[in-house]
Design a protein around this ligand. Structure first.
Ligand SMILES: N[C@@H](CCC(=O)N[C@@H](CS)C(=O)NCC(=O)O)C(=O)O
Length: 212
């Protein structure tokens, strides 16, 4: 039986979607129409009570949280090499990066994208957005620094953390400067964007790849 990924274009489903295509496993996409608030429909909330996208259905398993979905997929197809073996130093680094990206960078990006959700004073929202933009730009500069001495977060081998970083950096187009204008991140993104599976994902979601 194949997988079903509940997605919306350019949402947190983008990274698991890229991975499914990289793995070349059978899967279906199920659109969660955010324009109609479908993520809060009773049917979708049965899959994810938090009303967030994505969800992966794998037989009886219903899984939300993009990074958990990617770990599950990568571990289910170890020969494809998207996650290092358990209990190795490289695996520990993978945990570090995935948790940093989701727990710190992605969480801060949410404040930047949606400052009105985080204040009862709408007049304060622009200041929240400005402050978050500065914090997030500093994070991307740090990540660009990390990537000056190696092509991928774990070294010479691509992993699910790189697909995750690519998604978050893509979301950072509205920063000053855009995340992908940082030379090391631009080079990193160009490598990822050259992958046929990534190109197929962007085409399927109707997204424009970042310029090389
Ligand atoms: N930590 C979650 C975050 C998921 C998330 O916040 N998804 C957004 C789209 S990028 C969403 O569903 N938002 C719907 C809403 O806030 O109503 C993950 O990575 O899966």
């Amino acid at each position: 039986m194949g997988y079903t990924l509940h997605y919306f274009p350019d949402n947190a489903s983008l990274a698991p979607h890229m991975l499914l295509r990289e793995l070349a496993v059978p899967f279906e996409l199920a659109l969660v129409d955010r324009t109609a608030d479908a993520q809060h429909s009773p049917a979708y909330r049965r899959l994810n009570p938090h009303g967030r996208i994505p969800v992966l259905v794998d037989g009886d398993l219903v899984l939300y949280e993009a990074a958990a979905i990617m770990l599950h997929l990568a571990d289910s197809h170890p020969a494809a090499g998207w996650s290092p073996a358990l209990a190795t130093p490289q695996r520990a680094q993978l945990y570090k990066w995935l948790i940093y990206l989701t727990n710190t960078l992605q969480a801060e990006l949410m404040l930047w994208f949606y400052p009105l959700r985080f204040t009862d004073d709408p007049a304060g929202a622009p200041a929240v957005k400005d402050a978050m933009g500065r914090r997030i730009s500093a994070i991307f500069s740090h990540l660009a620094q990390e990537l000056t001495d190696r092509p991928y977060l774990l070294g010479d081998t691509i992993s699910i953390a790189d697909l995750y970083l690519f998604m978050l950096a893509y979301w950072g187009y509205g920063l000053t400067p855009p995340a992908l204008d940082l030379p090391a991140l631009r080079q990193f993104a160009a490598c990822i964007a050259a992958r046929p599976a990534v190109q197929a994902t962007f085409a399927a979601e109707g997204l424009k790849l970042p310029p090389a």
